[in-house]
Structure formats: structure tokens, C-alpha cells
Design a protein around this ligand. Structure first.
Ligand SMILES: CC(C)(COP(=O)(O)OP(=O)(O)OC[C@H]1O[C@@H](n2cnc3c(N)ncnc32)[C@H](O)[C@@H]1OP(=O)(O)O)[C@@H](O)C(=O)NCCC(=O)NCCS
Length: 269
């Protein structure tokens, strides 16, 4: 795999992911941290959350703290902003056994449109297919993760893509283990990066790909909870998550951004 093929997205995102990959190579055994290819973040709050987030953001451009209580988010953000940093948040959605049951039901109730073929990206997938899948994410304002993640080579997980008869990606979904293996969230996996090409929306393609991903991760990989960050304003994503038993919680993804390093004030949609 060439260096050109390893990262996708706009130059700011690629630069941030290269910094985070370098940082992850140094801190991967530290039980405070979680990572699935975008940014090293805190797996959950720690005593000095603001200090750690600020340091991670200064190095990478941005850093999330997962499982951060909604009620404490305004105070954390005020503290970070007082240090000259920017902040951003996604609502912390989570699903468990109900998500697995609902996903199995969806797969038995509905079928993928007959012209689509679903494949899992792996080491043998042609680079152009991986790149076109990443392009689809990017065109739907979803930040793609590096090729090694999408191909399932870096962390345990998978990226599914549905392609049409011309071989073009129509929709995609991903899920990866991301938390420390000895911590309380060891079997809570990232699930998401759902994107459907605009001309194919409304055909239950994302529903079925998302469901397939949940069932795969539960049955084959031992995942027991599915987490994803949803912007409060993203009604279609919220509806899709809820449809699959993945709901908002009392937590946020509390994100600290060093706009000077990141080049912008948010990370992804
Ligand atoms: C969100 C997205 C992936 C949905 O793709 P899709 O293939 O059209 O979704 P589906 O047809 O499978 O819809 C499944 C369910 O999602 C919900 N849904 C999808 N689009 C919706 C919309 N525009 N408004 C409200 N609900 C919507 C519905 O509950 C639907 O179930 P139903 O058909 O039983 O009503 C697509 O709109 C997209 O790519 N958006 C941009 C990227 C994005 O926001 N991704 C999520 C990031 S977390």
C-alpha cells in the first residue's frame, strides 16, 4: 500500500489523522485512551479531563472525550474555551442487546435492492474500491478513516460497502473496537460512518447495511454495545439509529478543538 492510498479526505483531515496515528503509536497501551483511526481521545472522563483533552487537541488538532456527562459538558467547554481552545459536541448514542435483536429482525423483514452487492473491505480489496468508498463518505460529509482501518487491518472491525452493477459504491457502514481491552467499555464498539449516495436514499439500504454491521460485530467479533456520535441537528441519522435500537444517552462526545492546528473548528458531520 502506498502512502498516497493510506489516508483519505481533505488535507486538514489527513494531516490530523497522520498526527493522531503517530500519537497512537506512542500511547496505545495507556488505558485512558480510545482510537479508531480518526483521533486519539479519552475513553471516558478522568480526574483531569480538561488538561488531557487540551493536550491531545494541541498535538492532534482535536480530541474527543467519550462518555462525558451531558450535565457537565457546558462547564468543561467553558474551561477549555477560557484556555483559547474551541469546542464541539456530538450526542453519545448507544445500543446493546435490543440493537442486535432489532437488526436481526430488519434483516429478515427487508432485502437489499437486487442490483446491489455487499462486500467487506479487506487486504485484497483493490485500492480504487477503498478510495471510492472513502469518496462516498467524504461526499456525504462523513470523515473517512485511514485505509488500514477500513480494510480491517489496524483494529478489529469492518467496513461494509454496497456497490451497484457498475461497481460504484452506493452505501457504506463501519464498526471498530476502539476502547482499552481491560476497561469498562472493552466490548463497546464504534458503529457508524453510514453514508448512502443521495440518488439511492430511502430504499432502506443504510438500515440494512447498519443492521448487518451490528449483527456481524455481535456474532463474529463479540461486540456487546454500539456507540456513535450524532449531531443534534441530524434528524435522518437520529431516526436511523433509533430504528436500529441505538439511542441518545446522558453522555456527549465532548470534543476539544485547537483551531490553529486543526485548520477548522469541527472534526466531522
Ligand atoms: C443517514 C443516511 C445514511 C440514511 O440513508 P438511507 O439509505 O436513505 O436510509 P434508509 O432508507 O435505510 O432509512 C432507514 C431509516 O432511517 C430513517 N431515515 C432515513 N432518512 C431519513 C430522513 N431523511 N428523515 C427521517 N428519517 C430518515 C427512517 O427511520 C428510515 O426507516 P423507515 O424507512 O422504516 O422509515 C443518509 O441520509 C446519509 O448518507 N446522510 C448523510 C450522511 C450522514 O448524516 N450519516 C450519518 C452520520 S452519523
Amino acid at each position: 500500500m502506498t502512502g498516497e492510498e493510506a489516508y483519505y479526505g481533505n488535507p486538514q483531515s489527513v494531516a490530523a489523522m497522520k498526527r493522531s496515528a503517530a500519537l497512537w503509536s506512542l500511547v496505545r497501551d495507556d488505558p485512558r485512551f480510545a482510537y479508531y483511526g480518526r483521533l486519539v481521545g479519552l475513553s471516558q472522563p478522568v480526574d483531569d479531563t480538561a488538561d488531557v483533552l487540551a493536550a491531545l487537541a494541541r498535538v492532534q488538532g482535536a480530541a474527543p472525550c467519550y462518555f462525558f456527562p451531558k450535565t457537565q459538558t457546558p462547564a468543561l467547554f467553558a474551561e477549555l474555551e477560557a484556555r483559547g481552545l474551541s469546542t464541539d459536541r456530538h450526542e453519545h448514542f448507544l445500543g446493546g442487546e435490543e440493537a442486535y435483536a432489532v437488526s436481526r429482525q430488519a434483516l429478515s423483514d427487508y432485502a437489499m435492492p437486487a442490483d446491489l452487492t455487499v462486500r467487506e473491505l479487506d487486504a485484497d480489496t483493490p485500492g480504487c474500491v477503498v478510495a471510492e468508498t472513502a469518496d462516498l463518505m467524504e461526499s456525504c460529509e462523513v470523515m473517512p478513516v485511514p485505509a488500514a482501518m477500513l480494510r480491517g487491518q489496524q483494529r478489529n472491525g469492518a467496513c461494509l460497502v454496497a456497490t451497484d452493477e457498475a461497481g460504484q459504491p452506493v452505501a457504506t457502514a463501519s464498526s471498530f473496537f476502539m476502547h482499552p481491552t481491560d476497561g469498562p467499555h472493552a466490548t463497546t464498539v464504534f458503529w457508524g460512518m453510514l453514508a448512502t449516495r443521495p440518488d439511492r436514499r430511502g430504499e432502506k439500504i443504510a438500515l440494512l447495511l447498519g443492521a448487518r454491521m451490528i449483527v456481524h460485530m455481535w456474532e463474529k467479533k463479540g461486540a456487546r454495545a454500539f456507540m456513535t456520535g450524532v449531531r443534534e441537528s441530524n434528524a435522518s441519522s437520529t431516526a436511523l439509529c433509533n430504528r436500529l435500537g441505538v439511542y441518545d444517552t446522558a453522555y456527549t462526545y465532548a470534543v476539544c478543538v485547537d483551531a490553529g492546528t486543526m485548520g477548522r473548528k469541527s472534526v466531522t458531520k
